[in-house]
Design a protein around this ligand. Sequence first.
Ligand code: ATP
Ligand code: MG
Length: 192
Amino acid sequence: MLNIVIFGAPGSGKGTQSDNLIKTYNLFHISTGDVLRDNIKRGTELGATAKAYIDKGQLIPDDLMIGILADVLDSNKEAAAQGVIFDGFPRTIAQAEALETMLQERGTSVSTVIGLEVPEEELIERIILRGKQTGRTDDNMETVKNRLAVYHNQTSPLQAFYKEKGLYQAIKGTGKIEEIFDDIRRAVDAVK
Ligand code: ATP
Ligand code: MG
C-alpha cells in the first residue's frame, strides 16, 4: 500500500494536490475537512458539533476526529486497497500516534509525508480569495488568524515528528500548480 500524508498549513494546497495525486496513483482520498463539511451540509449531529469548532478556527477534539477517521477507513476498505491520501489528518501529535496504530492494526504504515511549504502572507491571500470565491464560512480574516495560530502551535510540531522517522519530504508549495505537482510526484516515486 502507498499511504501518503499531505501536510501543510491551511491554504497550502493540500486539496488541490490531492486531486492530482488521485489521478496519477490509484489511491483513496480522505479529506477530514471535506468529511466534516459534508456532515454540516447534511445537518448531522456530528456536523453541528464540528461547525462550532470550524467557525472559530479551532480543531475538532482528537478523540472525535480519530474515531471519524477509523470509520472512514473501515467503510472504504476496497477503495483503499492500493493506499490512501490523508489530507488534513493528522493535525496533532495525538492524531499522528493514533494513525500509526490504526495503520499498524491494518498491516500497513505511512509511506511518506509530503509537506507543502508556503509563506504566511501567501496563505492568507489564498484563503481570503477562496472565501470570496466559494463562500466557505471559515475562510475569513478573523478565523484565518486563529487557524494559522492553531497550525503553528498544534500541527507544525508534526514536521519534527515525521522528520525523526525519516518520512518528511518538504516541497516548495508556491509557483505553478503543475510544477509543484512534478516535485510531489518525484518525492512519491522515490518511496514507491
Ligand atoms: P487546505 O486549505 O490546505 O485544504 P484547510 O486547513 O483550509 O486546508 P480543512 O483541512 O478543510 O482546511 O479543515 C477545515 C477545518 O476542519 C479545520 O480548520 C478544523 O476546524 C477542522 N478539521 C479538519 N481536519 C481536522 C483534524 N484532523 N483535526 C481536527 N480538526 C480538523
Ligand atoms: Mg482542504
